[in-house]
Design a protein around this ligand. Sequence first.
Ligand code: UDP
Ligand code: MG
Length: 326
Amino acid sequence: MISVVVPAFNEEENLHVLVQRLSAVLEPYDSYEILIVDDGSSDQTRYVLRQLSQEYPAVRFLSFSRNFGHQMALRAGYDHARGDAVICLDADLQHPPELIPALIDKWHEGYDVVYTVRQPDPNLSWFKRTSSRKFYSMLRNVSGLEIEDGAADFRLLDRKVVDTLKQFKENDLFLRGAISWVGFRQCRILYQPAARYAGRSKYSLRKMMQLAAMGITSFSTKPLYMSVLLGFGMSLLALLFGAEATYEYFFTDATVSGWTTLVVLSVLIGGVQFIMIGIIGVYLGKTFVEVKNRPAYIIGDTDEIDETTTWVQPDEADRKFYSPLT
Ligand code: UDP
Ligand code: MG
């Protein structure tokens, strides 16, 4: 069985076309499912999904209780997909469904991870292109992971990779990093991304920065060491300044001018300390979040009840009893 997982956040206009095109592509395969994860949309996405799941037997959906973010939606998809191979793609049709047979062919050849790399895209803004390239090169340097430019979350994973990912208990899991990290037999496919079918990008600058910060801090502790190095560098500078000031005090008459040095120094050192405390704070904060071990996402609605979903439907009597309004 083939599973296709699609995260969708306010994608009401895209879902019909998406499901049509996916069904056309998946038709030749024996059995398949299309699992759409509604990431707490505020538009009609949820109702469209309910409709689609009635219309197409292969369509399943999960609906988060609020917006948990793209990565969480993908995770929920991996957790709930039933296929022997799980393919993820975006709901906006930028990842062409027609590439799926090529992914499946590679899987049949024996690859466990078939990831895609987008070729330079004229539709993409200069900002998105450059920021993505810079981000990947920084991530490679800091984390030592092999992640290629333009490798997004459009990929096929074999069941055993999905099961491995499910064992990751950390809350903010950066999937692109994790998948590169777990190994297995990986291969890549190049593709030309299409333009977004309808609507606007759901990845705000804030979300992009969050993703970048998560990518770096969840795969590397190098920034911690960087802060230590920086601290050493600054201390050395301070020592030199100190020697110079002492020299001036004893052998020249110009000591009053040292006031400038003092101010500059204290400000600089204060700054460095702030940087260090900040970085430690980031990791401490992450530890705090992980230690709490909260569920990574919450499903508020789904078209089915399976063993992984706890689903409480209050009956009418209970609701009357507990409702503060009655
Ligand atoms: N998405 C999501 N939750 C979010 C933001 C985005 O599930 O908080 C989904 C979105 O519906 C789409 C995919 O993630 O299917 C990629 O988002 P988008 O196309 O807006 O990003 P871009 O292609 O502009 O980077
Ligand atoms: Mg997109």
